[in-house]
Design a protein around this ligand. Structure first.
Ligand code: ADP
Ligand code: SF4
Length: 685
């Protein structure tokens, strides 16, 4: 397919101060969970984006001084010359592909606890962190501290210049220091940095002017600013005031990177926030500045991108997640390969691992974060090393990805699926409230497989061990998934709850299959991710009276990592779902659930005509165990290897299943990968 001239506008160059982006594709700063500890890992990951056609590739938040340290959240640093060398690794790789490199200089203020450095955080006032719940308060900045901060920004900007960066940021949003100075609520100062609007923007103005004076001859100076109330929390500045501030600073920077202050909306999951959701917030900015504007909106549709430019909202199409899910998005649009685009599903698994202090990963793109340590590339994969024929059993995300990637390698692959549809758990779960975009995980893979003459798909084919032994495949991969447990076993119960042996105790599989649920229904959520809350919503919308019982302190506790927890809990409360925390369901008599308080052991009763156990899952590994239990039969059948992948090996998130399928395909025919399956990046002595 050829490039459609409709998209030419996306490939126009854009002048940004003293530098020019070759096109309008701008990878905005985003967390990676790698930080200053993993410069090679980072450089390789960012390089792939530049190779994939992004005109600008930025770092994550990059601390300008040890008094801004977000440990244990991995972040970049530009504190000294060693950091310059580390950052230059990324810059060189990005430049190699003709892209510009941007660095998001950052000072956290009282949002940071400085757990690594033990330095005292500085802020507009002496306040506890609103971002990290640690017993830490900041020191109120006096004039000397403000002068020092300005010097740190200048020093870091000069280091950025030495590292080769083309775009240097002043970061004035997301609840960090500068947004506190801007805020009418946070900033109660009586000096020239507080009070009037002019005073409150003084520090941001000075930081922009200082940065321009230091590096503006070679680098563009970008300002990240929110179009709604700045800072974090509850409408600290109204939109009108924000507009006034932007007007006062309008033509000072070379680029405006506009977003909104609330992360959970700005990078909201697809459950709550759809593509291009920030348009209404950003719309006014173009009218008050002649400088180029970049903004985000989880843009995955080329048509939406064009609309952003043509309607005069943005000059550069900003993306974090779409560039993670598909680093080659620009190139695919350019080549007209629209069907090859791996669209982000908005699950926020990428962000969740930064929150856990671990390197980034992605549900759609299993190579994300593996570019350096495993040498994986999102588009390229080594050719097969043999003529082995491969049977993949089960077409959930693991089986589909294994079949796709093995097919891409050139193997002769047969994919057998028991049911009449492809997609396994994803095909089922994307029908649940809010999860429709998850379908993209299977759609993308099905589309790719359909084009591969060497991959044959058989539906309605529930295979037995005997079938498999009687076929003539060299290798067998089992991707038969898992099912939800009915006996209550997960984290709280490690042995079966006897009274759960009732036909009114149901599992998520039953609800998805449409089994009738009598009310009131108690959902026992000891999984803590999305399933409990999503089923509560589904059953509530079907008219059932629902309570959600969890041993955790909040509903869907783990979804705090995906920035969804507060929205999930808010939504359930608004719907009228009863949330009972700190309790486990310990019994059921057909009329009520017995609940135990996890702190006191007190027993309570909650009316219940049915129970739904969102607990552990059981690997569906019967077939695997049957096959490996008979080595003689295997050797007679000529099968060289039996592998299991995805949930059938160990139930996990969809991203883990996709990764598992991809890894299997990469390692097929590889020599024994040994004890450490990837290169480790560490300080060498
Ligand atoms: P994963 O997340 O690991 O990919 P899923 O549960 O999503 O697992 O998918 C497993 C798939 O395997 C389901 O579509 C299921 O119908 C299929 N399956 C299970 N057992 C068999 C079997 N014996 N033969 C063929 N397909 C099977
Ligand atoms: Fe998108 Fe999910 Fe990948 Fe993040 S992990 S980029 S939200 S698909």
């Amino acid at each position: 397919m050829k490039r459609n001239p409709r998209f030419d506008i996306l490939f126009e160059p854009v002048q940004i101060g003293p530098v020019t982006s070759k096109n309008r594709f701008y990878q905005v700063p985003h967390c990676t969970g790698m930080g200053y500890n993993m410069p090679k890992t980072l450089a390789a990951m960012r390089e792939v984006k530049a190779e994939g056609g992004w005109g600008v590739v930025c770092t994550e938040y990059c601390s300008i001084h040890p008094t801004s340290d977000d440990t244990p959240y991995p972040h970049a640093t530009l504190w000294d010359d060693e950091d310059v060398r580390a950052q230059a690794l990324m810059v060189d790789k990005v430049h190699h592909h003709g892209a510009l490199a941007g660095v998001q200089l950052w000072y956290g203020g009282c949002g940071m606890s400085n757990l690594l450095t033990r330095e005292i955080p500085l802020d507009v006032a002496s306040l506890p962190s609103d971002l990290r719940i640690d017993p830490v308060q900041s020191q109120t900045m006096d004039k000397k501290d403000i002068r020092q901060l300005r010097r740190w920004q200048v020093d870091a900007a000069r280091r950025a210049l030495r590292a080769g960066f083309d775009i240097v940021y002043v970061y004035a949003t997301h609840g960090y220091l500068l947004s506190h100075f801007l805020s009418r609520d946070w900033n109660q100062r009586c000096d020239e940095y507080g009070g009037s609007l002019k005073n409150r923007i003084r520090l941001v103005r000075e930081m922009i002017e200082d940065t321009k004076a230091a590096v503006g001859h070679r680098c563009a100076v970008a300002v990240r600013f929110s179009a709604d109330g700045s800072g974090s929390g509850n409408g600290i500045i109204d939109n009108e005031e924000q507009r006034d501030m932007l007007e006062m600073l309008a033509d000072l920077p070379d680029l405006w990177d506009i977003n909104i202050s609330d992360y959970s909306k700005e990078m909201g999951s697809s459950r709550f926030v759809k593509e291009a959701a920030l348009d209404d917030y950003v719309a006014f900015v173009k009218k008050i500045t002649d400088k180029p504007i970049v903004g985000v909106g989880r843009f995955t549709s080329p048509d939406t991108m064009v609309r952003q430019i043509k309607s005069g909202l943005l000059d550069l199409v900003g993306a974090a997640r779409p560039s993670i899910a598909d680093p080659f998005l620009p190139q695919k649009i350019k080549a007209g390969h629209f069907d090859d685009i791996r669209e982000c599903i908005g699950c926020n698994i990428c962000y969740s691992h930064n929150t856990r202090g671990a390197p980034i990963r992605c549900t759609q793109n299993p190579t994300m974060g593996e570019e350096w340590r495993r040498g994986w590339h999102p588009e390229k994969i080594p050719r097969s090393q043999s003529d082995d024929t491969i049977l993949v059993v089960g077409a959930g995300p693991a089986g589909l990805e294994a079949a796709r990637a093995l097919g891409q390698r050139g193997y002769q692959v047969t994919l057998a699926e028991a049911t009449t549809q492809l997609g396994g758990r994803v095909a089922a779960e994307c029908e649940l409230p809010g999860l429709s975009e998850w379908r993209r995980v299977i759609e993308h893979r099905i589309l790719q497989i359909k084009r591969m003459p060497n991959v044959n798909v058989y539906l309605d084919s529930r295979l037995t061990a005997e079938d498999i032994l009687n076929y003539d495949f060299d290798r067998v991969v089992l991707a038969t998934g898992s099912y939800w447990r009915r006996d209550g076993i997960a984290r709280w119960h490690t042995s079966a709850v006897k009274s759960f042996d009732s036909d009114r105790v149901l599992t998520p599989d039953d609800i998805i299959a449409g089994v009738e649920v009598t009310e009131p229904v108690v959902i026992f959520d000891d999984e803590h991710y999305y399933m409990g809350a999503v089923l509560a919503e589904k059953l509530h919308r079907a008219g059932r009276e629902v309570s959600l019982v969890t041993p955790a302190g909040r509903a869907a506790e783990w979804s705090k990592n995906t920035e969804e927890q507060e929205q999930v809990q808010g939504q359930l409360l608004k719907l009228g779902v009863t949330i009972l925390t700190g309790k486990a369901v310990s019994g059921f008599d057909g009329e009520s659930a017995e609940l135990i308080c996890i702190y006191t052991g007190e027993i309570l009763r909650q009316p219940a005509s049915s129970i739904v156990t969102v607990t552990a899952r059981q690997p569906n590994d019967e077939l695997y165990r049957q096959l490996v239990s008979d080595p003689d039969a295997l050797s007679i059948s000529g099968i060289k290897s039996i592998d299991r992948i995805g949930d059938c090996r160990a139930p996990g998130i969809i991203a883990a299943a996709v990764f598992s399928g991809h890894r299997l395909a990469r390692e097929m025919d590889a020599p024994d990968p040994g004890a450490v399956p990837f290169r480790r990046e560490r300080v060498t002595i």
